[in-house]
Design a protein around this ligand. Structure first.
Ligand SMILES: [Zn+2]
Length: 256
């Protein structure tokens, strides 16, 4: 997951905000897309798939015989969904970049809250009282929510996933709910019921493992030179995962 806390301080943000505020377009949220993509190194902040136009993922979207494919693209949508928070429909800081898979297939109109009984905000002022169970990479401290895990699935394939950092309380519940909602942990067990969607997520988390595999070996063996060469060669600093390694928030369960 990618920390987007630099968004509002980015030099392009005020320009995007002005364009957004002055726009009469129905799709005026699109004014934010470029600056969000700059902050995430052109990746989805949630699943870290590439959103570069020449690296977009695709998956089957029909029966195998149909040859229908969906391309996973960059979307800017509401963090708090319009269906539940109409008053935030046009509020700039309620917008967030995600890939179309995380946004439309996984998140949709879900917005679970920690508070029990659930009382949803009905005004902007009441928002501060809510404890959402879906992470917001723009405002949340991701390093206080997650650790990274390299894991071998029962199939033998290895994946890079997330686990909650805490063992109880709000931050724990938030991490668990987010990981489950987006299928970012135990991805072969807690998975989407559509096989094509499930396979795309597993393949993505496997590709993240492959990207980090040699780095993880060097990390475990404390081979500093190899770590540095892997960071440079594989562009690992562009991944949200990287910050967790720096903070030693990593567990290796990939040895089978
Ligand atoms: Zn995604």
């Amino acid at each position: 997951m990618i920390d987007m806390s630099g968004l509002y301080g980015h030099e392009d943000y005020p320009v995007a905000l002005t364009k957004f505020n002055n726009s009469n377009k129905i799709r005026k949220w699109s004014e934010f897309k470029d600056v969000h993509l700059k902050i995430t190194n052109h990746k989805c902040p949630i699943c870290e798939c590439s959103l570069k136009s020449d690296e977009l993922l695709t998956r089957n979207s029909g029966a195998a015989s149909e040859n229908k494919f969906t391309t996973i693209t960059a979307t800017v949508d509401h963090y708090r969904p319009q269906a539940l928070y109409m008053f935030l429909a046009l509020v700039a800081d309620n917008y967030i970049l995600m890939c179309s898979e995380c946004n439309n297939i996984y998140k949709g109109c879900e917005f679970p809250l920690f508070s029990n009984p659930t009382v949803r905000a009905t005004t902007v002022a009441e928002i501060a009282n809510e404890q959402p169970l879906i992470v917001n990479p723009i405002i949340d401290d991701l390093l206080d929510l997650f650790i990274v895990v390299a894991r071998q699935m029962t199939s033998g394939r290895k994946v890079l996933e997330l686990k909650p950092k805490h063992t109880q309380g709000y931050l724990y519940e938030k991490a668990v709910a987010t990981i489950q909602l987006f299928n970012l942990g135990e991805c072969d067990v807690v998975c989407h019921n559509n096989t094509n969607v499930k396979n795309l997520r597993i393949n993505l988390l496997h590709s993240h493992f492959v990207k980090f595999e040699s780095f993880i070996d060097a990390y475990i063996n404390k081979d500093r030179d190899k770590m540095l060469s892997e960071i440079t060669e594989k562009n690992l600093r562009t991944y949200g995962f990287f910050k967790f390694f720096v903070k030693k928030q990593f567990i290796n369960l990939s040895l089978g």
